[in-house]
Ligand binder design. Structure first.
Ligand code: SF4
Length: 439
């Protein structure tokens, strides 16, 4: 029995896909092992968004070869689609598979027999037009369920459409089948995942279903306690969806909404499909209906043309918004994007300073959000990490809590009252109360 190990870089989508590919291997009789357990085959799922993707990829390959010098090393993922030849040059790589090939890797690399030449099977991205369903399982406390892939938007900084292709989705019917399979396991929380999930519903190039119908249907699946929407573009987050989440018992009060810039001038240059006023409106709609709702924001600093004044516009806009945390990205040039040719390059030092300012703002926002919720009661899904006798979990509205380690709490939903914020910035809870009997 051949042993196979996996390494995943990047986003939730990559995790869900690695997990599904690993189940394909298991179904074919391979044994899934940890990276260090002397595997015969390594599958490395890469990301193009990750800083220094090339260096990271090289490092992992080197590590793999150190562990198993005769192993067969396969590289898949966004970086593999974007730079297949570059990866093929990395010493120790046996095969590189693109977006259209990665789900067929077991049949394409028949037997994983080593050859003199590196195998490069990466078609043009236009070929990646079928939807391959995927979900992660037993890797984390939550499951990431892929409902959509690719993107038809063309934001000036983004390589994802080049790496993942056009927007396409699973059918609601198929997603319900996957959700019911997941419900039979002990998974308590499912995160709906995609590249641009608000654009859900395109099948074979035609819009056939809608995101709102997906969430309405999925809400009826018994046996899963929580559904979380991973990230949704502000222009696609409709009133109807917000209202539905506010009434749903299963969809949690948490939205992650990319803003990218709080300056309309920069938003236009980025090719984003909304202005800051729309974003502001989405936040107030959510907060009016769900004052305890967590709102996360993606923001990019140092985009070409972002002057000090325009950055301050972003800073002040975010400072005044009722949001809960930021994910700050420092702009970095990516080949084949429109932004690389834009004027107004921001020096790296300035980019880093701006990033630091927003990270501090994020901490401030998070603390305020946590403080507003102290004394309130929520349910926490405890995870399996232990640190100095403590364990962690998240409330439905994504507050990170700490409690005394108790193995019986792992992967359990508990009702807790948020007591105080500790020096690590997580929330201490009063003793967990009743166990939720979930299935
Ligand atoms: S919406 Fe823009 S940033 Fe998001 S994946 Fe599509 S092109 Fe990239």
């Amino acid at each position: 029995m051949k042993k196979v190990a996996f390494y995943t870089l990047g986003c939730k989508l990559n995790y869900s896909e690695t997990s599904t590919i690993s189940r394909m291997f298991e179904n074919k009789g391979y044994q899934k092992v940890e990276f260090e357990e002397n595997p015969d085959i390594f599958i490395i799922n890469t990301c193009s968004v990750t800083e220094n993707a090339d260096k990271k990829c090289k490092k992992i390959v080197k590590e793999a070869k150190k562990i198993s010098p005769n192993s067969y090393v396969t590289i898949i993922g966004c970086y593999a689609q974007l730079k297949p030849q570059e990866i093929a040059e990395i010493k120790g790589v046996d095969a590189v598979l693109g977006a259209a090939e990665k789900f067929r890797l077991i049949e394409l690399l028949d037997g994983f027999a080593k050859a003199q030449e590196t195998k490069v099977l990466a078609s043009e991205i236009q070929e990646a037009n079928t939807f391959n369903n995927a979900y992660s399982m037993h890797d984390r406390t939550r499951t990431f369920l892929k409902v959509q892939d690719g993107c038809n938007y063309g934001c000036a900084f983004c390589t994802i459409p080049l790496a993942r292709g056009k927007s396409r989705s699973d059918t609601i019917e198929n997603i319900l089948i996957s959700a019911r399979e997941i419900a039979k396991t002990d998974v308590k929380e499912v995160v709906l995942t995609g590249v641009n999930i608000g654009d859900f519903g395109i099948q074979e190039g035609k819009r056939k279903e809608k995101f709102i119908d997906l969430i309405k249907e999925i809400d009826t699946v018994e046996g899963i306690d929580r559904f979380r929407i991973s990230s949704i573009e502000p222009n696609l987050l409709t009133n109807e969806a917000i209202e539905f989440v506010s009434k749903s018992k299963r969809f949690v009060p948490h939205f992650h909404i990319p803003l990218q810039s709080g300056s309309n001038e920069v938003l236009r240059k980025m090719g984003r499909r909304y202005l800051r006023e729309l974003y502001e409106d989405r936040v107030s709609k959510i907060k009016n209906l769900m004052p305890h709702c967590c709102i996360g924001v993606d923001v990019i600093v140092g985009f070409p043309g972002e002057t000090d004044e325009l950055f301050l516009e972003t800073y002040n806009f975010l400072n005044g918004l009722d949001i809960s945390y930021l994910h700050v990205f420092t702009y970095s040039e990516r080949a084949n994007t429109r932004a690389v040719d834009m004027a107004g390059i921001v020096p790296i030092k300035v980019r880093n300073e701006r990033s630091k300012m927003l990270r501090i703002l994020s901490e401030k926002k998070k603390r305020k959000f946590y403080e507003e919720n102290l004394g309130k009661t929520f349910t926490v899904l405890f995870e399996d990490d232990v640190e100095n006798g403590k364990m962690h979990g998240f409330t439905e509205n994504y507050i990170r809590v700490t409690a005394k380690y108790d193995p019986i709490l792992i992967n359990e939903l508990k009702t807790v009252t948020l007591a105080s914020i500790n020096e690590n910035g997580t929330v201490e809870v009063e003793e967990p109360q009743t166990v939720y009997e979930t299935h």
